[in-house]
Design a protein around this ligand. Structure first.
Ligand code: EPU
Length: 324
């Protein structure tokens, strides 16, 4: 690597960057290039620079829902880590959809009760968003308490669960289309569904979130309660990528969730290397040491086989798999 290599990118760039430590499973090899834009404009420039050089970049948020293959991944990964602003729409945007630019310094502060909306850029951590809403006493995001992703990934896959999902509060998104142009879309123009943001291949650069004014204590207590319920049934303190499989069509599975099917088929505790099917929740695979992607992959195939043989149901992965 010579310095001029770095100069070919319009933002911070790392050659041969390690990816495993950037995922919640702590598994995965490295990427030829890791680009780290600092704002949405740099992200677009990074995307277009990579495309011009013949790469189709992958986008990495908090790495909370990916299984990254071992070894060296050729090409470019763009990380949203540094694009982490959260702010209120400027007063001028009140009543409209809301600007994606932070308000200029010196702008009039809004009181808590007016315009309960937040603008978040793609790399804003979901826990930060939940905390911000709790503090302001705005309800709508409590269901995401304990979800360890970034806004961009959360919108792209409609992160959430029984207590609420990301798109419950999305009013508008700013998207990067595969051709390198950006657009803003109202929620009505998108078609989010179960674990699916409905962005048709576009990348989320940011979103305007519309919440509802309530009392800060009530909102905070509700978020805490959801977190307690979640901690009771999920291995939240272990290294995992959340649920590995999507819940199947209830008609085909007799209403049983993926976790329940795996549990009933005797999958809990099954192990490949350091990758283990959690004894607490069977749809979570945990890394109990230095598991390799190959271990997790073997476990996925094994569990799919077990459940298929026991019930005839084909489990489909929810976790995104980055093959080399
Ligand atoms: N169950 C078992 N054994 C298990 C796990 C669950 O019998 O090992 C049973 C439970 O007792 C319950 C049923 O299966 O009767 C459903 O389990 P749970 O309530 O934990 O929900 P889930 O369907 O397994 C979904 C989401 C989670 C989300 C939770 C809570 C999917 C694939 N999973 O899990 O989302 O946190 O509901 O809302 O939609 C994720 O997407 O990464 C994720 C963790």
């Amino acid at each position: 690597m010579v310095p001029s290599d770095l100069a070919m990118w319009p933002c911070a760039a790392l050659p041969n960057a390690e990816l495993g430590s950037r995922t919640t499973l702590r598994i995965g090899g490295s990427t030829e290039w890791l680009l780290e834009p600092a704002d949405p404009e740099e992200f677009v420039a990074a995307w277009n620079a990579a495309r011009e050089r013949g790469f189709l970049p992958r986008v990495l948020g908090h790495g909370a829902n990916v299984l990254v293959d071992d070894g060296l991944h050729a090409g470019v990964v763009i990380a949203t880590e540094r694009i982490n602003r959260v702010f209120r729409p400027s007063p001028e945007a009140t009543g409209e959809a809301g600007s994606f630019d932070p308000e200029p310094s010196g702008a009039v502060a809004l009181d808590r009760e007016s315009d309960p909306r937040l603008v978040a850029w793609a790399g804003a951590p979901l826990p930060t968003l939940v905390r911000t809403a709790n503090r302001l006493g705005w309800t709508g995001l409590e269901g995401l308490a304990g979800v360890p992703g970034h806004l961009g990934g959360g919108v792209a896959m409609n992160a959430g669960g029984r207590w609420g999902a990301m798109w419950d509060v999305v009013e508008r998104v700013r998207l990067l289309l595969p051709d390198g142009t950006t657009v803003e879309r109202e929620r009505e123009q998108c078609s989010p569904g179960y674990r699916e943001g409905g962005l048709a291949g576009a990348i989320c650069l940011g979103a305007v979130l519309a919440l509802t004014v309530e009392h800060p204590t009530i909102v905070t207590e509700r978020a805490k309660q959801f977190l307690r319920e979640k901690n009771a049934v999920q291995p939240v303190t272990e290294r995992s990528s959340g649920c590995v499989f999507k819940n199947p069509d209830p008609e085909l599975s007799d209403g049983r969730s993926a976790g329940r099917l795996i549990d009933d088929a005797g999958g809990k505790g099954l192990r490949r290397g350091d990758a283990v099917v959690s004894e607490k929740h069977a749809n979570f695979f945990v890394n109990r040491g230095s598991a390799r992607a190959q271990d997790v992959w073997s476990l996925i195939v094994e569990i799919q086989r077990l459940v298929l043989e026991a019930t005839g149901v084909e489990l489909e992965t929810e976790v995104q798999i980055w093959r080399r």
